[in-house]
Design a protein around this ligand. Structure first.
Ligand code: SF4
Ligand code: SF4
Length: 227
C-alpha cells in the first residue's frame, strides 16, 4: 500500500508530481549493475519506452549527428504515426504528451531473451545508444533520454513512486533477484528529477523496510551499504 509523503514533490521538468511512495521500492531487488550484466542482453529494452515529447524535441536538436551515430533516420526513431502508437496525452509526463520509441528486429544472436528491441538499443554490443551518445559528448543524459528509462526500475503512477510494472509480472524482469533495492539503484536519478528534500525523506523512510520481504513469505533483503 502506498505511503503518503510529507508533501508533494514536483519533477524538475514540471511533471510528474509525487505525493506517495510504494514501500516495495525499498524491498524489491535486482542485479542493477546493468553494463556488467552477462545474462540480460538488455531485455528490459525489448518493448521500447514511453518518451515525453520534450525529450523528442531535445533529441531532434542533435538530429543530423544522431542519425549518423545510429544509422537510423529521424523518421524511424519513434512510433508517432497515428496508425501505429501516435502521440497521446499523459499529464504525468513532462510536457503532458508522449509517444513511444520504435521497436525493431535484433540481429540473430544479439539476445537469448527477445528477437526485437528499442531502436536506440545497440544492436551489436550492449546498452542504450542515447545514453552513450550523451556520455561521449558531455551532455547530461537526463536532458535527452526518456525519463522512464532513467528511473527504471523505479517508476511512477498517479503520483506514487513505485516499482516498474515488470515486477508485478512473473518472470518479466530477467534481472530480478539478488542485488540492491530499486530505491538504492535509482536514488541518484530520483534525486536529479525530484531534488534533495525528497531523497532526505525517502532515506529516512528506508530503514523501516530494510530486511522485510516485499512478498509475504519471501526472502528478506538486508539494507545495502551505499555511501
Ligand atoms: S535493468 Fe536488468 S535487464 Fe535492464 S539492463 Fe539492467 S540488468 Fe539488464
Ligand atoms: S531509449 Fe534506451 S534505455 Fe530506453 S528502451 Fe530504448 S534503448 Fe532502452
Amino acid at each position: 500500500m502506498a505511503r503518503p509523503l510529507s508533501r508533494a514533490y514536483t519533477c524538475t521538468f514540471g511533471a510528474p508530481v509525487i505525493a506517495e511512495v510504494d514501500p516495495r521500492i525499498f524491498q524489491l531487488t535486482y542485479f542493477a549493475a546493468c553494463m556488467d550484466c552477462t545474462f540480460c542482453s538488455d531485455a528490459c529494452c525489448q518493448y521500447g519506452a514511453d518518451t515525453e515529447l520534450p525529450r523528442v524535441a531535445a533529441l531532434e536538436k542533435f538530429q543530423p549527428e544522431l542519425e549518423a551515430y545510429l544509422g537510423v533516420p529521424r523518421s524511424e526513431w519513434f512510433r508517432e504515426d497515428p496508425e501505429d502508437f501516435g502521440t497521446l496525452d499523459e499529464p504525468e509526463y513532462p510536457g503532458g504528451r508522449y509517444t513511444r520509441t520504435q521497436v525493431v528486429d535484433l540481429p540473430e544472436g544479439r539476445s537469448e531473451h527477445n528477437e526485437w528491441a528499442c531502436v536506440f538499443l545497440d544492436p551489436a554490443g550492449r546498452g542504450c545508444r542515447i545514453h552513450r551518445f550523451a556520455l561521449e559528448r558531455g551532455i547530461d543524459v537526463h536532458t535527452i533520454k526518456p525519463m522512464v528509462c532513467l528511473l527504471f526500475p523505479a517508476s511512477f503512477d498517479k503520483g506514487v513512486l513505485c516499482p516498474a510494472y515488470e515486477f508485478d509480472l512473473e518472470d518479466e524482469l530477467v534481472c530480478q533477484g539478488p542485488g540492491p533495492t530499486i530505491y538504492r539503484a535509482s536514488r541518484d536519478d530520483i534525486r536529479w528529477y525530484f531534488g534533495d528534500d525528497m531523497i532526505a525523506e525517502l532515506d529516512a523512510m528506508e530503514p523501516e523496510y530494510a530486511g522485510q520481504p516485499a512478498i509475504p513469505g519471501g526472502r528478506a533483503i538486508p539494507l545495502p551499504t551505499v555511501p
